[in-house]
Design a protein around this ligand. Structure first.
Ligand SMILES: NC(=O)C1=CN([C@@H]2O[C@H](COP(=O)(O)OP(=O)(O)OC[C@H]3O[C@@H](n4cnc5c(N)ncnc54)[C@H](O)[C@@H]3O)[C@@H](O)[C@H]2O)C=CC1
Ligand SMILES: O=C(O)C(=O)COP(=O)(O)O
Length: 410
């Protein structure tokens, strides 16, 4: 009998960081995976390099930076799971080159962020953060000056994706008029209107809320020049990523009274641990709500994320499916019965598929099914074959020049 080369489930190691929800462990256990190293916190870079050496799967949140340097130590890594929405903390290109798909939970915490932002809008429109701070200090300023209902006010959303559009719907239910700016043409939900330029949005709305990802186009997107375009007395909210806003320019606008209040959940530099002091020029303002990157931190969101991302791990490990991977050709696969499944990840160069198929011609082995997806960098082909000796086939596939990774599923 041929020796099995696909790993026994007990040998497949999962490294889970940053206190991902118990639902992730439950999902993995239910699928027969028990080899789990669990950490409540993020690891320091050197600890991470050590821990990742023998991990087949790593699960992390927004604090763990999976750089190309760290990935070089990940000799056995099969997949990465971001137990959150953002994937900017992972070097997606480096991971792809190594044949490692990265998964995330694209909408499990959408509602939590939208609800937090809505609450902040209501509080800031009533000057509650400032009133709260004053009363805590023993000051009693009972006044209606500058305090407003949200009904009929203009909310400007930058980035009309999952979170932006969810916020749009719930803000409209309170009678707000919603406008948005997005680089893509988006179907407006409800009565929301897409505006043609960022300047138009900034200069016309009473409240501006950011919901864009961190990427080259959003880095320092809201700089001094953009802040100067804001409507006098507006409210400014950022629960997207810290790199999107020039914090010093925002602090100046708060100082000068151009912005009447702000809520900021994400920062250019965030403390690495609870023990580290948070430094920011925004700390001194009573009219600014500061939160420690907790936009998506609700029990509901974390439980859903745990199940969702762990299920993607299980699917990839058991079946080879890469559906919804953010850096990798997406292949959705049926279950395979009575065949062996070979997975082959290769550089996307001419001729490789021919060489792969030639192996089966040479060995006179029937291909029961074949699935292929490519992107400009890599190709991912999955081949179900009718043979008992898949082991020797895998060895031949490994020898093909341009092969990045191979795996076999029984
Ligand atoms: N504070 C927190 O705890 C959380 C923060 N986030 C952040 O929120 C971001 C947005 O999340 P989703 O709505 O789920 O993402 P999404 O991908 O559904 O939507 C992002 C939208 O931004 C648009 N966009 C991209 N670049 C743009 C640009 N330069 N100008 C205007 N629009 C642009 C896209 O076209 C898309 O419509 C995430 O990438 C993440 O960084 C997400 C969850 C929790
Ligand atoms: O989902 C995201 O992108 C977030 O920013 C939330 O990150 P977290 O899981 O709270 O570290």
């Amino acid at each position: 009998m041929t020796a099995k080369v696909s790993l026994d489930k007990s040998k497949i190691k999962f490294l889970l960081l940053e206190g991902v929800h118990q639902s992730a462990l439950d999902t993995l256990h239910a699928a027969g995976y028990t080899n789990i190293e669990y950490h409540k916190k993020a690891l320091e870079p050197e600890e991470l390099k050590e821990a990742i050496k023998d991990a087949h799967f790593i699960g992390l949140r927004s604090r763990t930076n999976l750089t190309a340097d760290v990935l070089e130590h990940a000799h056995k890594l099969i997949a990465v799971g971001c137990f959150c929405i953002g994937t900017n903390q992972v070097d997606l290109i480096a991971a792809e080159k190594l044949g490692i798909p990265v998964f995330n939970a694209p909408f499990s915490n959408t509602r939590s962020v939208a609800e937090l932002v809505l609450g902040e809008i209501l509080l800031l429109m009533r000057n509650i953060p400032k009133a709260n701070a004053q009363v805590h200090r023993g000051e009693w300023n009972k006044s209606a000056v500058g305090s407003h209902e949200v009904r009929g006010k203009k909310l400007g959303i930058i980035g009309y994706g999952h979170i932006g559009s969810q916020l749009s719907i719930i803000a409209e239910s309170l009678g707000m008029n919603v406008y948005f700016y997005d680089i893509e043409t988006k179907l407006p939900l409800g009565n929301a209107q897409q505006l043609g330029s960022l300047q138009e949005l900034l200069s016309s709305c009473d409240i501006i809320s950011l919901h864009v990802p961190e990427n080259a186009s959003t880095k320092n997107m809201i700089n001094a020049e953009r802040i100067a375009q804001l409507k006098q007395d507006c409210i400014f909210i950022n629960a997207a990523r810290g790199t999107v806003v020039d914090i010093d320019a925002l602090a100046q606008a708060l100082e000068s009274g151009k912005i009447r209040g702000a809520a900021i959940d994400v920062f250019p530099q965030e403390p690495a641990s609870a023990g580290e002091v948070f430094e920011s020029p925004l700390r001194k303002f009573d009219n600014v709500i500061l939160t420690p990157h907790i936009g998506g931190s609700t029990s509901e969101a974390q439980e859903n994320i745990g199940t969702e991302v762990a299920s993607k791990f299980v699917k990839y490990s058991d079946n080879g499916s890469t559906l919804s991977a953010v850096n990798f050709p997406e292949v959705s696969l049926p279950e395979h019965h009575g065949t062996k499944r070979l997975l082959h990840i290769h550089a996307n160069r001419p001729g490789i598929l021919n060489k792969i198929n030639q192996v089966f011609v040479d060995e006179n082995i029937n291909i029961a099914a074949q699935y292929l997806q490519t992107d400009p960098q890599i190709g991912y082909v999955v081949i179900d074959v009718e043979t008992e000796d898949a082991h020797s086939l895998l060895h031949r596939l490994k020898e093909i020049e341009g092969t990045i990774r191979t795996r076999i599923l029984y």
